[in-house]
Design a protein around this ligand. Structure first.
Ligand SMILES: NC(=O)c1ccc[n+]([C@@H]2O[C@H](COP(=O)([O-])OP(=O)(O)OC[C@H]3O[C@@H](n4cnc5c(N)ncnc54)[C@H](OP(=O)(O)O)[C@@H]3O)[C@@H](O)[C@H]2O)c1
Length: 316
């Protein structure tokens, strides 16, 4: 039996969690799930902690780590801060880089100095989207957008700056907080007779509820030093869908006729930033780390509309 196996398992109430980007879609969900369960949760928005300000970042991590250790809690940081406006990033790549690369690197440096493990969120946009089988974390990257390039640079900077940093890539995220595809489809179902949605982009829809639960499970491993061997992991709901299939599933879940959703091609809707045609992420490394697989995206969607129904319907 190893020392760790013999030792006591850390309870959630012994964990202290810092979530930069705490007012974003994922940050809010992490806060919601962790509050009252973990020993300490601090989820500052960009107004309180701007990751572009290195001194601010250092001070925030220092004071968080100190408070955690003063209270016999084990600190962990999950970075949910990002410039996520994919089309806007094409016109402001420096701003995207300042947040997605430099800001992430500053956070990793501060975590390394304070010996606080870091989980850094990244994206399917680091890939070029030309595959036809799920991407493994070690597969060749090839971002085709400013967002994807700055996120990839952020991954590399984080992994170089801190030994105990892990990158978690996810995709097609939706949840109660923030604008997202599910909210848009619910709204359009009420406004229009027909909705046209692209059918030639395939990916993995992911509910913030399941993603946050997975990230908290990973945080639990890290505070116990049960470190995943792979430092880049993929975490999405399982299965695959085109946006068209995803839209039909939303309509079906809310009791609208899915046949009101019509398929179209990406070429019919030119955007400033090209979208990956295929960006399904393989969960193999996540599962190999002993982390729980996330359920199928269709069951997750049903759960999301049950748990977060009011917010997803724009009533919350
Ligand atoms: N959404 C998706 O479909 C998706 C897909 C794949 C991966 N991801 C990744 O998942 C993570 C979370 O994404 P999300 O969906 O929660 O995005 P989000 O809703 O846009 O949240 C990002 C948060 O980062 C904050 N932020 C921006 N600039 C900042 C700065 N300088 N300092 C501190 N915080 C700053 C934003 O605050 P303000 O609003 O105040 O600027 C926002 O609250 C990101 O790493 C993203 O790349 C998302």
């Amino acid at each position: 039996m190893t020392e760790r196996e013999a030792g006591p398992i850390t309870g959630p109430d012994e964990i202290a969690l810092l979530v930069p980007g705490g007012r974003g879609q994922l940050g809010r969900e992490l806060h919601r799930r962790a509050q009252g369960r973990l020993g300490l949760v601090h989820a500052p928005g960009s107004g309180e902690l701007d990751v572009r300000d290195e001194q601010d970042v250092t001070d925030a991590v220092d004071s968080f780590a100190e408070t955690a250790r003063d209270n016999n809690l084990r600190p962990v940081v999950v970075n949910a801060a990002a410039h996520t406006a994919v089309d806007a990033a094409e016109g402001e790549p420096e701003r995207a880089a300042a947040i997605n690369e430099a800001g992430a690197a500053a956070l990793a440096r501060a975590c390394a100095v304070r010996r606080v493990p870091l989980v850094h969120l990244s994206t399917d946009y680091v890939f070029d989207g030309t595959a036809d089988v799920p991407y493994e974390p070690s597969d060749e990257t090839g971002p085709r957008t400013a967002y994807g390039r700055t996120k990839l640079a952020g991954e590399r900077a984080v992994l170089a700056a801190a030994d105990r940093a892990w990158v978690v890539r996810t995709s097609w995220v939706y949840g109660a907080g923030g604008g997202n595809f599910v909210k848009t489809m619910v709204r359009l179902a009420g406004e229009r007779e027909r909705v046209t949605v692209v059918d030639d982009q395939v990916g993995g829809p992911t509910w913030t509820g399941d993603l946050a639960a997975g990230l908290l499970e990973l945080a639990g491993l890290l505070v116990e030093r049960r470190d995943p061997a792979d430092r880049v992991l993929h975490c999405t709901n399982s299965g695959r869908a085109s946006w068209y299939e995803f839209a039909r599933a939303v309509f079906a879940e809310i009791g609208a006729d899915p046949d009101r959703v019509l398929p179209c091609a990406t070429a019919d809707f030119p955007r400033p930033a090209p979208r990956p045609a295929y960006s399904v992420l393989s969960p193999r490394a996540w599962n190999a780390a002993g982390l729980s697989p996330l359920r199928d995206w269709r069951s997750a969607l049903a759960a999301a509309l049950e748990v977060d129904g009011a917010a997803l319907r724009g009533e919350g």
